[in-house]
Design a protein around this ligand. Structure first.
Ligand code: PEP
Ligand code: MN
Length: 270
């Protein structure tokens, strides 16, 4: 059984949606879309940086405890598309079930991602995969909350078997009971092993959810680039301290510009 699993290869036919010349794909935007004004002003400032490839914003937010802000829902998709139109950036959001996926596709969201709390549940991943059959859209799959490589690969396979060949994994670290420097421990051996087993699979690092605090983002991003990861997803907000979710780990577009300029980028084709 394991032998069979090992032999199975992901069919990653198309890497054209990634950044060119070995440059990492840079995805940024707020943890959550909060208001139209917040989203558009963040997007415009990000676009002015000049090196942002994709705008992200969470529309449906999986929160740990009830009564927290759970996202603005469908109206946020209109703001997201508007932000994309005003900046020329492709836009992406998280989908956790069939309804989210149908709505995101209806509004023409350019790329989707599956969150860490969804990757742990094969029923939910399959629900999303079933909606994606016959649809051509890039999909990124975050690692599950728990350090289970097979569960991560299984989710990637479900999406791939639905016919999605513009596929990537996102490494966002793993939750642990122990208090550590990180919000989610990186366990770098997981993305390294994923890359070893599936050399064509793009792996993007999300230093924001690994860090939990903005001070660590630069260091984690550099480590990801040193490991030749294919992109970074970094949360940013026009006014991070007043963010409705993940306030401590978001950075202003100005801080992001500086952070990116300090990273040593390796040109993989050089
Ligand atoms: C997010 O990207 O805002 C998010 C909820 O991430 P994760 O699924 O990694 O916790
Ligand atoms: Mn977040």
């Amino acid at each position: 059984m394991n032998k069979l699993l090992d032999k199975k290869q992901l069919d990653i036919a198309d890497r054209s949606w990634l950044a060119k010349n070995g440059r990492p794909l840079i995805i940024s935007g707020p943890c959550s879309a909060e208001t139209e004004e917040q989203l558009i002003s963040t997007a415009v400032s990000l676009a002015n940086i000049g090196s942002i490839d994709v705008l992200r914003a969470g529309i449906w937010k999986p929160r740990t405890r009830p009564n927290a802000f759970e996202g603005v829902g469908e109206t946020g998709l209109k703001w997201l598309k508007q932000a994309g139109k005003e900046t020329g950036l492709p836009v992406c959001t998280e989908v956790a079930n069939a309804r989210h996926t149908e709505q995101a596709l209806k509004y023409g969201v350019d790329m989707l991602w599956i969150g860490a709390r969804t990757t742990v549940n094969p029923f939910s991943v399959q629900e999303v995969a079933d909606v994606l059959k016959g649809v051509d859209v890039p999909v990124m799959v975050k690692n599950p909350l728990n350090p289970d490589l097979e569960l991560w690969i299984g989710a990637l396979e479900r999406i791939n078997q639905a016919g999605i060949t513009r596929l990537a994994a996102i490494h966002r670290g793993f939750s642990s009971f122990e208090k550590t420097l990180y919000r989610n421990v990186p366990r770098w051996e997981f993305p390294i092993e994923l890359k070893r087993r599936f050399p064509d699979l793009p792996v993007i690092c999300d230093p924001s959810h690994i860090a939990g605090s903005r001070e660590l983002i630069g260091m984690i991003s550099q480590k990801a680039l040193d490991l030749e990861m294919d992109g970074l997803m970094i949360e940013s907000h026009i006014s991070p301290d007043s963010a409705w979710s993940d306030a401590k780990q978001q950075v202003t577009p100005t801080a992001l510009k500086r952070l990116l300029s300090e990273l040593v980028m390796r040109n993989k084709t050089a």
